[in-house]
Design a protein around this ligand. Structure first.
Ligand code: HEM
Ligand code: HEM
Ligand SMILES: [Fe+2]
Length: 480
């Protein structure tokens, strides 16, 4: 079905490959949401699909699909912009395509195993063939190795093209950052049976991804997209990109400490984690201010001259990228800062508050801009000059954003109740854990999360419908 997103107008092989990655990303995004809905229903009706498709399995597939679809969309975006930035044909794209098929076949097998086999005994065989039991990146070891091979091919495509072509600031940051991003995956691959040690290394992947390398990655996407969509000046976006690299790598790496508070690591992590993670929102705020400031300034200058200014060349892509600026700031910056000091985290750790932050940050910082890039890919695939938002684009972005915001608020309320009742009042005992979950503040919040999840899902249907039709419609308008 998604094949109806035509790539005929593309002459560039790298961009065609990018579109292939995008299609799979959208399918996995859909799978993620279905799994989230199942898990949300299980919060309300614990017997739902009990021993057929347990909460633990639905939750695992939900968050692994999330990580994988985002990686697909990131790889897709990189292939999409490669030739534009380097002004050089992608090197070795045929091998890249082979890599795509290997990766997609592996992901399919892994997902089928997750759904049909689900769990295994606590043995080496399970680690090799079923799952590794590491939250967010649970691929079994055979798939881990496959992923590393495919990522090496991808990295070679990018690096060789970069060396052969023009070396813009955006591409330099991207090449260096991708190396770190891919390298960190290795930290999550080995196994130790000491749970503290295991968690210590596991956070290297998940925290250093989302709070350092992924943030810088979407910085490069935003820089590229702003140039393409509204004609932003390269010097300005690149300057901010470098500042972001400097600040995020600084605060993000030591900010890792905010995950070391309660896992048995030495206490000096309290101070390190508190100070540096609290600094993390600074670059996010800077980026946010910068996007709005630049845009306002440029429009003001143009309007002063009585001109239209830089018309937006892709309405839905721009809308999603602006949502990214707000979403990143709110989800990572505000919701992250809320619980990052150890004095606060001792109460909020592992409550629904964490889930609220997880939803808004992953959505705001990553889902948004990646969806924007998919829209931009479609514009390129159909070779249209301008792509305006349709009714479906607007319904898609509105319902998805409203739904995720709604879920976040519901979970924040549930988390607040857990902090007050379970942690502060009843002293975090086993009984307190269950007592807190029976109170109305909690159960009603879970109901609202499920309702808002359905809103999100309906928005997703609009989104897919739009992705399938917008390019063709824009092309017809242009030809008329
Ligand atoms: C886009 C960037 C970010 C994403 C995608 C993200 C995502 C997440 C997720 C999914 C978790 C839950 C992990 C688990 O399952 O245990 C988490 C935990 C946490 N995040 Fe973030 N985060 C981001 C940025 C930040 C920032 C900037 C801060 C601080 C200012 C922060 C503070 C925290 C803290 C303190 C926890 C631990 C919560 C607990 O103890 O239960 N995050 N984050
Ligand atoms: C149909 C909409 C969705 C529903 C109903 C849903 C539901 C859920 C449920 C029930 C969990 C398990 C929470 C727990 O263990 O307490 C969960 C976890 C999670 N979901 Fe969703 N979700 C949805 C959409 C999304 C989206 C759009 C994103 C991000 C782009 C996302 C990211 C996450 C993350 C990061 C976690 C792990 C959070 C943590 O443990 O801290 N979900 N979701
Ligand atoms: Fe973190």
């Amino acid at each position: 079905m998604l094949a109806s997103i035509k790539t005929n107008s593309l002459t560039n092989e790298g961009q065609k490959l990018g579109m292939m990655y995008f299609r799979v990303a959208v399918i996995l995004f859909g799978a993620q949401l279905v799994m989230g809905l199942i898990a949300a229903i299980q919060f309300l009706m614990p017997g739902f699909l009990f021993e057929i498709f347990d909460f633990s399995v639905a939750r695992m597939v939900h968050i692994n699909a999330l990580v994988v679809w985002m990686l697909y969309a990131m790889i897709g975006s990189t292939y999409l912009m490669l030739t534009d930035e380097t002004e050089h044909e992608g090197v070795g794209i045929a091998l890249g395509k082979l890599g795509f098929w290997i990766l997609t076949a592996a992901v399919t097998v892994v997902v089928l195993v997750y759904i049909f086999i689900q769990v295994g005994a606590g043995t080496e065989a399970t680690i090799w063939f079923i799952n590794e039991g590491r939250e967010y990146i649970e691929a079994p070891r055979w798939a881990d190795i496959g992923i590393v091979v495919v990522v090496l091919i991808f990295y070679w495509n990018v690096f060789a093209t970069y060396l052969a072509g023009k070396q813009t600031g955006i591409m330099t940051v991207m090449v260096a950052n991708l190396l770190a991003l891919a390298g960190l995956y290795i930290a999550g691959m080995f196994f130790t049976d000491n749970i503290s040690m295991d968690q210590f290394w596991w956070w290297w992947v998940i925290h250093l991804w989302v709070e350092a390398t992924w943030e810088v990655f979407v910085g490069t996407l935003a820089a590229y997209a702003l140039i393409k969509l509204i004609g932003a000046k390269r010097e300005i976006v690149e300057m901010w990109l470098w500042i972001e690299v400097l600040m995020l790598f600084g605060s993000g790496i030591l900010g890792l400490g905010h995950h070391y508070f309660w896992i048995g690591t030495p206490e000096y992590w309290w101070e390190i984690g508190a100070l540096f993670s609290a600094l993390e929102p600074v670059p996010l705020i800077a980026m946010f201010v910068h996007v709005l400031y630049d845009w306002g300034k440029e429009q003001g200058i143009a309007n002063g001259k009585g001109e239209e200014g830089n018309v937006i060349k892709n309405g839905p892509a721009m809308a999603w990228i602006v949502t990214n600026a707000f979403g990143n700031f709110l989800g990572a910056g505000i919701w992250g800062f809320f619980h990052t000091l150890p004095q606060v985290n001792i109460y909020t750790h592992g409550t629904q508050f964490t889930a609220a932050h997880g939803h808004l940050s992953f959505f705001g910082a990553y889902a948004t801009i990646l969806i924007g890039m998919i829209y931009y890919g479609i514009q390129r695939a159909y070779g249209v000059e301008r792509m305006k938002s349709t009714f479906k684009s607007k319904m898609g972005i509105f319902m998805i954003t409203f739904g995720v915001m709604g879920m976040t608020i519901a979970l924040t309320i549930a988390g607040y109740e857990q902090v007050l009742v379970e942690r502060a009042d009843l002293g975090a005992t086993w009984n307190a854990f269950f007592t807190a979950q029976d109170l109305a503040w909690y159960t009603q919040a879970q109901l609202w999360r499920a309702i808002m999840g359905v809103v999100t899902f309906v928005g997703f249907i609009y989104l897919v419908w739009d992705l399938l039709t917008i390019g063709k419609a824009a092309k017809e308008t242009q030809e008329a």
